[in-house]
Design a binder for this molecule. Structure first.
Ligand code: FES
Length: 81
């Protein structure tokens, strides 16, 4: 299964794979584990608000599964990538 990562700054998309066991992982940690650079200065404490994706959602405050519940097309949009 795949997720699309769309960078608005570059206009580029890339696709990363995930497995069922990844669903409970924190989205920030999951994306970093796949080599996606996610801005953060509070290291996932929900304070800095730099780790946002579309709709101002904080990657550090949701699991991969919670993201899919909000975004059916499994597409993550990151402004600065
Ligand atoms: S990493 Fe700081 S708010 Fe998410």
């Amino acid at each position: 299964m795949q997720i699309e990562i769309k960078g608005l700054a570059s206009g580029q998309s890339l696709f990363i794979n995930f497995e069922d066991r990844d669903l409970e992982q924190n989205l920030l940690i999951f994306l970093r584990s796949k080599g996606i650079t996610i801005a953060s200065s509070c290291d996932g404490k929900g304070v800095c608000r730099k780790c946002t994706i579309q709709n101002d959602w904080l990657t550090c405050e949701m699991t991969l599964e919670e993201f899919f519940q909000r975004q059916n097309d499994k597409k993550i949009i990151i402004n600065y990538l």
